[in-house]
Write a protein that binds this ligand. Structure first.
Ligand code: FES
Ligand SMILES: [Fe+2]
Length: 353
């Protein structure tokens, strides 16, 4: 029977032909559509009196807060005068000050002062190139385009009194945003990468995940056996609904058998073609008395460090075409995500929410 499936022209077995109508690898700088999303740059409380440097999609930016209760402003991190990095400057009198010759700008990037000749007219192109910035979920969000595809991803639990907030960390990875996102939707690695925290290689068997493509990205349901949870030893099972808001935002909702719910908000930002940043927040349905935030943070830092130690070893660029890797039954999520990114960067699909 198998022989009958041979294509008489090419000799290929059509069962074995992989149809992948897209680039072999995903290199974020090659796809302008990726500039049309909101990405978390950092936690908002980390932008205080001093300007902060961040890079998103290879674009150096300066973030600053003109006054303690003002919203964060963002601009390209380069002075029009002599190209100095503005993030090395400072804030004075509600103005951002360039560290090289002291030019000053207001929150909207308009030139307010050129100190060498304060009464002379300002050159017409002396203002900053501003970038859209917003604050949500205690994070600063940036969009590099004037034409965003969608809004910032929704996290309805953030303002729900049934949930408490555990702000966590900014974690920088020497791997692509795709590697990190895929890892967070990969149930098969838990037993091994996390064998020293909550995984158990002797309990590695999985049940199939259920993956559905959604207008915003995709949603998966699955269960993973683990040996502990924050602050507690003991075998249990994580039942997880993981939601991907394209391209790189994860909303990972874990329910334990006793009813405790633990939501990981994973805002993944492509820094450049080879690195990314995670800005993470946890929401829980228990109380500080039930489980101190310090326990949750310590657990998640240990787990994140385990992931990073492995992910930082993986080669770039990220393989998008299925034939570049081998896939097994536990890889349904990963294959669906790669198809989604293929559709996004080839213009076949744009998410909406
Ligand atoms: S380089 Fe910025 S003021 Fe001269
Ligand atoms: Fe992990």
């Amino acid at each position: 029977m198998r022989a009958a499936l041979q294509n008489s022209t090419t000799g290929e077995n059509p069962d074995r032909v992989t149809r992948h109508d897209g680039p072999d690898h995903l290199v974020v700088s090659e796809h302008p559509v990726l500039r049309r999303f909101w990405y978390a740059a950092c936690f908002a409380h980390n932008v205080n009196a001093e300007p902060v440097a961040v890079t998103i999609l290879s674009t150096p930016l300066v973030l600053w807060r003109p006054s303690p209760d003002a919203p964060v402003s963002a601009a390209l991190d380069r002075c029009a005068h002599r190209d100095a990095p503005l993030s090395r400057g400072w804030v004075a009198n509600c103005h951002l000050v360039c560290p090289y010759h002291g030019w000053e700008w207001d929150r909207a990037g308009r030139t307010q002062r050129i100190p060498q000749f304060p009464d002379a007219p300002h050159p017409t192109r002396s203002g900053l190139t501003m970038v859209s910035a917003r604050e949500r979920y205690g994070m600063v969000w940036i969009c590099l385009s004037d034409d965003p595809v969608t809004d910032i991803p929704p996290v309805p639990e953030y303002d729900d009194p049934a949930w408490r907030r555990v702000p966590e960390y900014e974690f920088d990875f020497d791997c692509t945003a795709m590697h990190l996102l895929e890892n967070n939707f990969d149930p098969g690695h838990v037993a091994f990468v996390h064998r020293n925290t909550f995984g158990n290689p002797d309990r590695a068997e999985l049940t199939d995940t259920e993956v559905t493509r959604e207008p915003y990205g995709l949603r998966t349901f699955g269960q993973v056996n683990v040996d502990s949870r924050p602050g507690e030893l003991g075998t249990t099972t994580r039942t997880t609904v993981s939601t991907l808001y394209a391209p790189f935002f994860g909303h990972i909702h874990i329910t334990y058998p006793d009813g405790l719910r633990h939501l990981m908000v994973k805002a993944i930002t492509p820094v450049d073609d080879e690195s990314c940043r995670l800005v993470q927040l946890v929401l829980r349905t228990d109380t500080e008395q039930d489980r101190p935030a310090a326990d949750i943070l310590a657990f998640d830092v240990a787990v994140e460090s385990e992931d990073r130690a492995l992910l930082d070893l993986l080669p770039t660029p990220f393989p998008l075409a299925p034939h570049l890797n081998v896939h097994a039954r536990a890889d349904r999520n990963s294959l669906a995500i790669r198809r989604l990114w293929t559709d996004l960067v080839t213009g076949r699909w744009l998410p909406s929410w």
